[in-house]
Design a protein around this ligand. Structure first.
Ligand SMILES: Cc1cc2nc3c(=O)[nH]c(=O)nc-3n(C[C@H](O)[C@H](O)[C@H](O)COP(=O)(O)O)c2cc1C
Ligand code: SF4
Length: 437
């Protein structure tokens, strides 16, 4: 692998990296100072973000600068406006935002303040996954430190810029990571996604203009402001710029969260960063970006990790959460677990999703436990085709359908063998879990 410059995780290894003193001693808040004291206009900050071509790190890869520019012109639309930071991080396999929040919370706060300035938001709401207690506590303490230091509040850095940052703890629902479900939940309601349009930039939190961004997306902002959009755009591949955090888990020797530039191959990450597939085995299958992506094969490991290359392979970068499976893995069991997750997390508003996720979970369960019937694989396929893409209020339905279709395409013979032999030949010795379908 080529050498590259790290910037996202540099501070995380320092002692007391979560404190204001350490953050400031290592260049912290210089980006905010540049924006407020130089000063840069909000339009200039957005222009820099557009030049960087930073794409959102929350899964969909939408260009960040473009999203910010969708916020209405404040001279024509004087409504209050907000930034909502998506720290719900519940996609199976994804654990990157947690590292940033626990180890470098001021980096996120500085990014929030610069983003709020650019989109002219008066307040930022950080929605943290309920199970992430340490992330929540660290962020809360850092916000307190920053407020006392005059970095948050009525006169940020003694300028006319005013901004508040509020925290909100989720209650364990994956659907509250979907941006409109997140806003409903922040408003104190059930986290049911809203139909789009209207989009959050026009009708967001409490019906006001709102931008929703992922933690890692916002964390990149101070670096872009300080070093310039052109610097950022010089890293990576044609349509995927900068460094990104890969969370690699599953059957590798060194699972973890690593910083890499776009352009590395999956094989480089597995072999050179994550210590190779464990127990000397081979890779059978992997998710490149969390369980909502299409599965890829071990033979696909030479693919470059970026948006375009993964799309060309029929999958997607998602949250860059690589989940690796060795050649002893039962794909019926993998899909049974994943389908159960989506069934549990569907909010139930759309019939395709509510009924479809339940059927997928039931069918994968009976295949994995040797009770499948001959038509099951065809039923999985037709069900999943009816659930995606874009047929429902939000993309959870697609997220359940996409891995299912890839499993049927790549592992049809294995699933059919489970049915014809009335048992899963690769089944781990298992204790039936309570409440199984
Ligand atoms: C079911 C579902 C769950 C999601 N969960 C998350 C999440 O936990 N964190 C996140 O940043 N984005 C999540 N997203 C994507 C968000 O809707 C949204 O696209 C993202 O927060 C935008 O930020 P970005 O543009 O910075 O990537 C989820 C989407 C769906 C459909
Ligand atoms: S697709 Fe599923 S999770 Fe999303 S709104 Fe519809 S029922 Fe709810």
């Amino acid at each position: 692998m080529k050498t590259f410059e790290r910037y996202l995780l540099n501070r995380t290894t320092l002692a007391n990296s979560h404190t204001l003193a350490v953050y400031k001693a290592n260049g912290g808040y210089a980006g905010l100072e540049k924006v407020l004291k130089k000063p840069m206009t909000p339009a200039e900050v957005i222009a820099e973000m557009k030049a960087s071509n930073l794409r959102g790190r929350g899964g969909a890869g939408f260009p960040c600068g473009m999203k910010w520019s969708f916020m209405p012109d404040p001279t024509k639309d004087p409504r209050p406006r907000y930034l909502a930071v998506n720290a719900d991080e519940s996609e199976p396999g994804t654990c990157k935002d947690r590292v940033l929040m626990e180890k470098d919370p001021h980096g996120l706060i500085e990014g929030c303040l610069i983003a709020a300035y650019a989109i002219r938001a008066q307040a930022v709401y950080i929605y943290v996954r309920g199970e992430y207690r340490e992330s929540y506590d660290r962020l809360l303490a850092a916000i307190d430190e920053a407020r006392k230091a005059g970095l948050i509040g009525k006169r940020v850095m003694d300028t006319d810029f005013a901004c508040e940052i509020w925290m909100h703890k989720g209650a364990g629902a994956y659907i509250c990571g979907e941006e409109t479900g997140l806003m409903e939940s922040l408003e104190g309601k059930r986290g049911h996604p809203r139909p789009k349009p209207p989009f959050p930039a026009g009708f967001g939190l409490w019906g006001q203009p709102t931008t929703v961004n992922n933690v890692e997306t916002i964390f990149n902002v101070p670096f872009i402001v300080q070093k310039g959009g052109a610097w950022f755009a010089s890293i990576g591949t044609a349509n995927s710029k900068g460094n990104f955090l890969v969370g690699i888990s599953g059957h590798v020797n060194k699972p973890g969260v690593y910083e890499l530039p776009f352009g590395v191959t999956a094989r480089e990450i597995v072999d050179e960063v994550a210590g190779g597939i464990w127990k000397g085995r081979k890779c059978k299958a992997w998710f490149p970006g969390g369980s909502s992506c299409a599965l890829l094969l071990g033979a696909d490991l030479d693919v470059v990790l970026d948006h375009d290359s993964l799309k060309a392979k029929g999958s997607s970068l998602g949250t860059a959460a690589m989940v690796m499976m060795d050649d002893a893995t039962s794909m019926a069991r993998v899909m049974e677990i994943i389908a159960r997750f989506y069934d549990h997390e569907s909010c139930g508003q759309c019939s395709q999703c509510r009924e479809g996720t339940q059927w997928l979970a039931q069918i994968f369960h009976r295949i994995a436990t040797g009770h499948g019937v001959p038509e099951d694989v065809a039923t999985l396929e037709s069900l999943a085709k009816g659930m995606a893409p874009g047929k429902t209020i939000c993309a959870l339905s697609d997220a359940a359908a996409i891995p299912t279709l890839s499993a049927v395409r790549l592992f049809r013979a294995e699933l059919e063998e489970c049915i014809t032999k009335h048992k899963d030949p690769l089944a781990p010795s298992r204790v039936e879990y309570a409440g199984a379908h």
